[in-house]
Write a protein that binds this ligand. Structure first.
Ligand SMILES: Nc1nc2c(ncn2[C@@H]2O[C@H](COP(=O)(O)OP(=O)(O)OP(=O)(O)O)[C@@H](O)[C@H]2O)c(=O)[nH]1
Length: 330
């Protein structure tokens, strides 16, 4: 009987190590001092579609001309020079090798996210003779992280948005008002500040609900909100303050400008025709305006004064705009 051929222990070790390098779920690329490829393991073969034997001894930039050469050279040269590893995370560079992402869970991400380590490999005299690039596929954890961030952004947006109208809700809008109040207070110490507030309310809204139902009322609220969105500038802050009460904060706008905006809003809403089933509904609004003045000691007082002006409009017959003045103080 033939005895199985015995191999010297070093050769056997070499084989199992080679198999491990080939099958490990991390990309391994070994580069010589002159950037020739010495190893391109199974992971790299599978994801690039190019086998080790086509790449071996070829200069990496000649086979992958789209690689960021200057960046790689900077990393590799530092490893040769200092003898210590260098790193790159997906946050700095999402990928080095543009491999497709195949993971079913993360199907929406087109490319594999990669963390890269550049490892020095030492020869027997302890000199760095080669550099090994370890390519980690971090797509799954990155995608989870990005999805979580997306969800948080959506949640934050939802938490400050009014469901029915899509306007800023009362809580978030009040935060904006507080901030604008603080900004105006600070700026007023240095010079003149202009900033105004409009609050308005749909006239006789209760009968709309009572006669035509809540859904009809909701349609009217949505249409008024749309007018408000169309009238406000990008730098203004529009919000739904309560049921049929709306607010508009106008930074860098004096009382004359705010009055003009209020009147534009009022006439626009007056000419609205809201379609609900076979009904055509029209409404008007009453508005109150108050500009920032240095005697205001809180944002609440600013709001209160605008509200006093709004009630003046109501008492004067509705469908009109009023500017706050001392005489309106109750
Ligand atoms: N459809 C609908 N109605 C709402 C909503 N929020 C508040 N309301 C209604 O709005 C009405 C407000 O009525 P009032 O405060 O009496 O005011 P008004 O009838 O507009 O009278 P004036 O403001 O004095 O002109 C109430 O009937 C509320 O039920 C909402 O989201 N949808």
């Amino acid at each position: 009987m033939n005895k199985p051929e015995q191999q010297p222990p070093e050769i056997a070790d070499f084989y199992w190590m080679l198999q491990m390098l080939q099958t490990v779920d991390v990309g391994l690329v070994i580069l010589e001092r002159d950037y020739r490829i010495k190893l391109w393991n199974g992971f790299m073969e599978n994801h690039s579609g190019i086998t080790n034997k086509h790449l071996i001894d070829k200069e990496i930039f000649s086979v992958f001309p789209n690689l960021p050469r200057t960046w790689i050279e900077r990393k590799v040269e530092s490893v040769f020079k200092l003898g210590s590893p260098a790193y790159s995370t997906w946050e700095q560079r999402p990928h080095l090798f543009p491999f497709k992402s195949y993971r079913p869970l993360t199907g929406h991400s087109e490319r594999m996210y990669q963390n890269i380590t550049f490892m020095p490999l030492l020869d027997p005299s302890r000199k760095v003779s080669q550099v090994c690039l370890l390519v980690y596929d971090v797509t799954e954890s990155v995608t989870n992280k990005l999805q979580l961030e997306d969800a948080n952004i959506q949640l934050e947006k939802l938490s400050r948005t009014d469901r029915l109208t899509g306007l800023n809700n009362r809580g978030f809008w009040e935060e904006c008002l507080q901030q604008e109040f603080r900004r105006s207070k600070r700026a007023s110490e240095l010079g003149k500040v202009e900033s105004s507030l409009i609050i308005f309310d749909i006239d006789h809204f209760k009968p709309v609900n009572d006669t035509h139902g809540h859904l009809a009322g909701d349609q009217v609220i949505k249409a008024v909100a749309q007018c408000l969105k169309e009238t406000a500038r990008d730098t203004d802050f529009a919000g739904r303050y309560g049921g049929e009460e709306f607010v508009l904060l106008l930074p860098d706008t004096g009382v004359e400008g705010a009055f003009e905006v209020a009147e534009r809003l009022r006439t626009k809403i007056q000419s609205l025709v809201v379609q609900h089933e076979d009904l055509e509904l029209s409404v008007t609004v009453s508005l109150g305006i108050c500009d920032f003045t240095t005697d205001l000691d809180s944002f609440n007082l600013w709001l209160e004064r605008a509200d006093q002006a709004l009630y003046h409009s109501k008492h004067q017959g509705r469908n009109q705009s009023s500017v706050w003045s001392k005489e309106l103080e109750s």
